[in-house]
Ligand binder design. Sequence first.
Ligand code: URA
Length: 207
Amino acid sequence: MNNIFESKSPLIKHLVSNLRDKNLKGYNFRKYVREIAQLLLFEALKEEKLINKEIETWIGKGNFPFLDEENFVITTILRAGLPMLDGILEIFQNAPAGFLAIKRDEKTLESHVYYIRLPDLKGKTVIITDPMVATGGSLDSALNILKKENPKKIISLNIIGAPEGLKLISEKHPDVNVYIAQIDKKLNNNGYIIPGIGDAGDRAFNT
Ligand code: URA
């Protein structure tokens, strides 16, 4: 699993453990998720190239290094990915965002894509946010859809994954770098991550 990068950051681990507390309500759950997404972005972009841009400073014009913001498109899987998307868009304020809605059949655990709304991805660095990589089915479907649009590169930001799902993603998408906060023990028979956090969408939106 050479393309799966699990965070070693104590701060990220601390925030993930906070998410596991079942008494944490939606507002604070979303806040921690936003913060984890931002910290994962920091890890994912450590090697990213900078471009020099001229700006006016208080002592006159000067060239300074910036990320090429126009190169990034942020995408997410509804609805659990929304707070992560929000966290990333707080940093890349002008980045276009794209949405995929994927539902998991709770019996067969198969993923069904029922809505796709993507900006132009051609030649772009696409960041996909999806908090839970359980069977890996939804992320696999999402990555297949994104790849059809010919992006330059795809980076996946995820919070908790099961070894089973991450193995699938690593085998099917060795070209996608996955930055994940925590790899948990296993999946249960219903496809939930153990110990995990339960249903991330329900937790985030108080349902
Ligand atoms: N989706 C979730 O939100 N949680 C899991 O544990 C698995 C899939």
